[in-house]
Ligand binder design. Structure first.
Ligand SMILES: [Zn+2]
Length: 249
Protein backbone atom coordinates (compact mmCIF):
# COMPACT_ATOMS: atom_id res chain seq x y z
CA UNK A 1 0.00 0.00 0.00
CA UNK A 2 1.13 3.51 -0.73
CA UNK A 3 -0.44 5.88 1.78
CA UNK A 4 0.15 9.59 1.21
CA UNK A 5 0.12 11.81 4.29
CA UNK A 6 -0.02 15.53 5.05
CA UNK A 7 2.64 17.06 7.29
CA UNK A 8 -0.01 19.36 8.81
CA UNK A 9 -2.24 16.63 10.23
CA UNK A 10 -1.16 14.93 13.45
CA UNK A 11 -4.03 12.41 13.72
CA UNK A 12 -3.47 9.07 11.95
CA UNK A 13 -4.68 9.58 8.37
CA UNK A 14 -4.04 8.46 4.81
CA UNK A 15 -4.72 9.37 1.22
CA UNK A 16 -4.23 5.96 -0.44
CA UNK A 17 -3.21 5.31 -4.01
CA UNK A 18 -4.72 2.33 -5.88
CA UNK A 19 -1.77 0.14 -4.85
CA UNK A 20 -1.85 -2.74 -2.36
CA UNK A 21 -5.32 -4.27 -2.76
CA UNK A 22 -6.73 -7.44 -4.31
CA UNK A 23 -9.24 -6.11 -6.87
CA UNK A 24 -8.60 -6.91 -10.52
CA UNK A 25 -8.90 -5.27 -13.92
CA UNK A 26 -10.31 -1.74 -13.94
CA UNK A 27 -10.52 -1.89 -10.13
CA UNK A 28 -6.91 -2.93 -9.63
CA UNK A 29 -6.16 -2.97 -6.93
CA UNK A 30 -7.26 -1.07 -3.79
CA UNK A 31 -10.84 -0.27 -4.86
CA UNK A 32 -13.04 0.54 -1.87
CA UNK A 33 -16.45 0.99 -3.53
CA UNK A 34 -19.18 -1.64 -3.76
CA UNK A 35 -21.11 0.60 -6.16
CA UNK A 36 -18.83 0.35 -9.21
CA UNK A 37 -19.25 -3.33 -10.19
CA UNK A 38 -16.26 -4.82 -8.37
CA UNK A 39 -16.32 -8.20 -6.55
CA UNK A 40 -17.72 -7.51 -3.02
CA UNK A 41 -15.29 -10.02 -1.46
CA UNK A 42 -12.33 -8.14 -2.96
CA UNK A 43 -13.69 -4.80 -1.72
CA UNK A 44 -14.14 -6.27 1.79
CA UNK A 45 -10.53 -7.49 1.79
CA UNK A 46 -9.31 -4.07 0.64
CA UNK A 47 -11.22 -2.33 3.45
CA UNK A 48 -9.80 -4.81 5.97
CA UNK A 49 -6.25 -4.06 4.76
CA UNK A 50 -6.80 -0.31 5.01
CA UNK A 51 -8.37 -0.54 8.48
CA UNK A 52 -5.55 -2.79 9.73
CA UNK A 53 -2.97 -0.22 8.62
CA UNK A 54 -4.60 1.94 11.35
CA UNK A 55 -4.67 -0.95 13.85
CA UNK A 56 -8.45 -1.48 13.73
CA UNK A 57 -10.95 -3.81 12.06
CA UNK A 58 -12.98 -2.58 9.09
CA UNK A 59 -16.09 -2.31 11.30
CA UNK A 60 -14.47 0.81 12.85
CA UNK A 61 -14.22 2.45 9.44
CA UNK A 62 -17.29 4.66 8.91
CA UNK A 63 -18.42 6.12 5.60
CA UNK A 64 -21.66 7.59 4.26
CA UNK A 65 -23.48 7.14 0.96
CA UNK A 66 -22.08 10.05 -1.06
CA UNK A 67 -24.61 11.99 -3.14
CA UNK A 68 -22.81 15.26 -4.13
CA UNK A 69 -24.81 17.14 -1.48
CA UNK A 70 -23.75 19.26 1.50
CA UNK A 71 -25.03 17.10 4.37
CA UNK A 72 -22.65 16.39 7.27
CA UNK A 73 -23.26 13.44 9.63
CA UNK A 74 -21.62 12.38 12.88
CA UNK A 75 -20.25 8.84 13.24
CA UNK A 76 -20.92 7.69 16.80
CA UNK A 77 -20.56 3.94 16.52
CA UNK A 78 -19.93 1.16 14.09
CA UNK A 79 -21.96 0.73 10.93
CA UNK A 80 -22.48 2.79 7.79
CA UNK A 81 -24.32 6.10 7.68
CA UNK A 82 -27.04 7.35 5.31
CA UNK A 83 -26.70 9.97 2.59
CA UNK A 84 -23.98 12.55 3.31
CA UNK A 85 -20.79 13.91 1.79
CA UNK A 86 -18.99 14.70 5.03
CA UNK A 87 -18.59 12.60 8.16
CA UNK A 88 -17.07 13.69 11.46
CA UNK A 89 -16.46 11.90 14.72
CA UNK A 90 -15.52 12.61 18.31
CA UNK A 91 -15.44 8.91 19.19
CA UNK A 92 -11.99 7.48 19.94
CA UNK A 93 -11.01 4.58 17.70
CA UNK A 94 -13.33 5.38 14.83
CA UNK A 95 -12.02 6.13 11.35
CA UNK A 96 -14.06 8.32 9.00
CA UNK A 97 -13.50 8.33 5.27
CA UNK A 98 -14.64 9.49 1.84
CA UNK A 99 -14.36 7.74 -1.52
CA UNK A 100 -13.11 9.65 -4.55
CA UNK A 101 -11.81 9.23 -8.10
CA UNK A 102 -11.12 12.86 -9.19
CA UNK A 103 -13.29 14.68 -6.61
CA UNK A 104 -11.44 16.29 -3.71
CA UNK A 105 -10.99 14.32 -0.48
CA UNK A 106 -10.56 16.77 2.41
CA UNK A 107 -9.44 15.71 5.89
CA UNK A 108 -9.95 18.04 8.87
CA UNK A 109 -8.52 17.79 12.38
CA UNK A 110 -9.18 19.73 15.56
CA UNK A 111 -5.86 19.22 17.38
CA UNK A 112 -7.36 20.31 20.72
CA UNK A 113 -10.38 18.02 21.02
CA UNK A 114 -9.13 15.28 18.71
CA UNK A 115 -12.28 15.52 16.56
CA UNK A 116 -11.78 14.66 12.89
CA UNK A 117 -13.79 14.97 9.68
CA UNK A 118 -13.60 13.60 6.15
CA UNK A 119 -15.23 15.57 3.33
CA UNK A 120 -16.01 14.64 -0.29
CA UNK A 121 -16.15 17.64 -2.62
CA UNK A 122 -16.77 17.50 -6.34
CA UNK A 123 -17.64 20.75 -8.07
CA UNK A 124 -21.11 20.74 -6.47
CA UNK A 125 -19.62 20.30 -3.00
CA UNK A 126 -17.03 23.00 -3.65
CA UNK A 127 -19.70 25.52 -4.78
CA UNK A 128 -21.93 24.45 -1.86
CA UNK A 129 -18.94 24.91 0.52
CA UNK A 130 -19.45 21.52 2.17
CA UNK A 131 -16.08 21.93 3.90
CA UNK A 132 -17.50 24.99 5.70
CA UNK A 133 -20.64 23.00 6.65
CA UNK A 134 -18.33 20.40 8.23
CA UNK A 135 -16.36 23.08 10.08
CA UNK A 136 -19.62 24.50 11.45
CA UNK A 137 -20.40 21.08 12.95
CA UNK A 138 -16.96 20.87 14.59
CA UNK A 139 -17.38 24.41 15.91
CA UNK A 140 -20.76 23.50 17.39
CA UNK A 141 -18.94 20.76 19.30
CA UNK A 142 -16.34 23.16 20.70
CA UNK A 143 -13.66 23.49 18.00
CA UNK A 144 -12.09 26.86 17.15
CA UNK A 145 -11.89 27.56 13.42
CA UNK A 146 -8.48 29.23 13.56
CA UNK A 147 -6.98 26.13 15.15
CA UNK A 148 -8.23 23.54 12.67
CA UNK A 149 -5.84 21.74 10.33
CA UNK A 150 -7.06 20.85 6.84
CA UNK A 151 -5.50 18.71 4.08
CA UNK A 152 -6.76 18.60 0.50
CA UNK A 153 -5.81 15.26 -1.01
CA UNK A 154 -5.19 13.91 -4.52
CA UNK A 155 -7.88 15.09 -6.96
CA UNK A 156 -8.24 16.25 -10.54
CA UNK A 157 -6.15 19.41 -10.74
CA UNK A 158 -6.40 22.46 -12.98
CA UNK A 159 -4.11 20.78 -15.56
CA UNK A 160 -6.91 18.28 -16.35
CA UNK A 161 -10.18 19.77 -15.10
CA UNK A 162 -11.72 21.13 -18.31
CA UNK A 163 -15.25 22.43 -17.91
CA UNK A 164 -17.86 24.15 -20.04
CA UNK A 165 -21.43 25.48 -19.88
CA UNK A 166 -22.15 27.84 -17.00
CA UNK A 167 -19.57 26.37 -14.60
CA UNK A 168 -16.79 28.90 -15.30
CA UNK A 169 -19.19 31.80 -14.64
CA UNK A 170 -20.57 30.15 -11.48
CA UNK A 171 -17.09 29.53 -10.12
CA UNK A 172 -15.68 32.96 -10.89
CA UNK A 173 -18.77 34.58 -9.30
CA UNK A 174 -18.31 32.49 -6.15
CA UNK A 175 -14.51 32.54 -5.80
CA UNK A 176 -13.09 35.23 -8.14
CA UNK A 177 -11.36 35.00 -11.51
CA UNK A 178 -8.35 33.24 -9.97
CA UNK A 179 -10.27 29.97 -9.94
CA UNK A 180 -10.15 29.89 -13.78
CA UNK A 181 -6.83 28.49 -15.00
CA UNK A 182 -6.22 28.84 -18.75
CA UNK A 183 -3.89 26.07 -19.97
CA UNK A 184 -1.39 26.53 -22.82
CA UNK A 185 -2.84 25.19 -26.08
CA UNK A 186 -6.22 24.34 -24.55
CA UNK A 187 -9.36 26.13 -25.73
CA UNK A 188 -11.68 25.18 -22.89
CA UNK A 189 -11.68 26.67 -19.42
CA UNK A 190 -9.94 24.78 -16.62
CA UNK A 191 -11.00 25.07 -12.98
CA UNK A 192 -8.86 24.84 -9.86
CA UNK A 193 -11.05 23.17 -7.23
CA UNK A 194 -8.36 23.28 -4.56
CA UNK A 195 -7.94 27.02 -5.01
CA UNK A 196 -11.70 27.47 -4.57
CA UNK A 197 -11.67 25.43 -1.35
CA UNK A 198 -8.73 27.52 -0.09
CA UNK A 199 -10.86 30.66 -0.61
CA UNK A 200 -13.79 29.07 1.27
CA UNK A 201 -11.53 28.12 4.17
CA UNK A 202 -9.92 31.55 4.31
CA UNK A 203 -13.36 33.24 4.39
CA UNK A 204 -14.45 30.78 7.09
CA UNK A 205 -11.52 31.79 9.32
CA UNK A 206 -9.06 28.94 8.78
CA UNK A 207 -5.55 30.42 8.32
CA UNK A 208 -3.87 29.55 4.99
CA UNK A 209 -0.89 28.22 6.95
CA UNK A 210 -3.22 25.55 8.41
CA UNK A 211 -4.24 24.26 4.97
CA UNK A 212 -2.16 21.75 3.01
CA UNK A 213 -2.98 21.28 -0.69
CA UNK A 214 -1.38 18.10 -1.99
CA UNK A 215 -0.17 18.43 -5.59
CA UNK A 216 -1.15 15.01 -6.99
CA UNK A 217 -3.48 15.04 -10.00
CA UNK A 218 -5.59 11.88 -10.12
CA UNK A 219 -6.02 12.12 -13.89
CA UNK A 220 -2.33 12.64 -14.78
CA UNK A 221 -0.92 10.32 -12.16
CA UNK A 222 -1.54 6.65 -12.97
CA UNK A 223 -1.20 5.70 -9.30
CA UNK A 224 -4.77 6.89 -8.69
CA UNK A 225 -8.25 5.91 -9.83
CA UNK A 226 -9.57 8.65 -12.15
CA UNK A 227 -13.17 8.85 -13.31
CA UNK A 228 -12.22 11.04 -16.29
CA UNK A 229 -9.13 9.16 -17.44
CA UNK A 230 -10.80 5.77 -17.06
CA UNK A 231 -14.06 6.92 -18.70
CA UNK A 232 -16.21 6.12 -15.68
CA UNK A 233 -15.11 2.49 -15.28
CA UNK A 234 -12.78 2.63 -12.32
CA UNK A 235 -12.47 2.19 -8.57
CA UNK A 236 -12.47 4.65 -5.68
CA UNK A 237 -9.66 5.50 -3.28
CA UNK A 238 -10.79 5.89 0.33
CA UNK A 239 -9.17 8.76 2.22
CA UNK A 240 -9.29 8.23 5.98
CA UNK A 241 -8.66 9.98 9.28
CA UNK A 242 -8.84 8.48 12.77
CA UNK A 243 -10.04 9.93 16.05
CA UNK A 244 -7.59 8.78 18.71
CA UNK A 245 -8.56 11.11 21.54
CA UNK A 246 -12.34 11.33 21.58
CA UNK A 247 -14.70 13.51 23.59
CA UNK A 248 -17.94 11.63 22.88
CA UNK A 249 -19.57 9.85 25.79
ZN1 LIG B 1 -3.67 16.59 -14.43
Amino acid sequence: MELIRSKLISAPHAFPTRDGGVSKGAFSSLNTSLAVGDDPADVAENLTRLARSFGVESSALITARQVHGVTVLEAKGQGGLGDADAVFTATAGLLVGVRTADCLPILVEDPHSGMVAAVHAGWRGVIGEIVVRAIEQLEARGATRSELRVALGPAIQACCFEVDGDLPAKFSAAFGEGVLRPQPGKARVHLDLGWAVMRSLERAGVPASHVDVLPHCTRCDQRFFSHRRDHGVTGRQLSLIQCVRGTAM
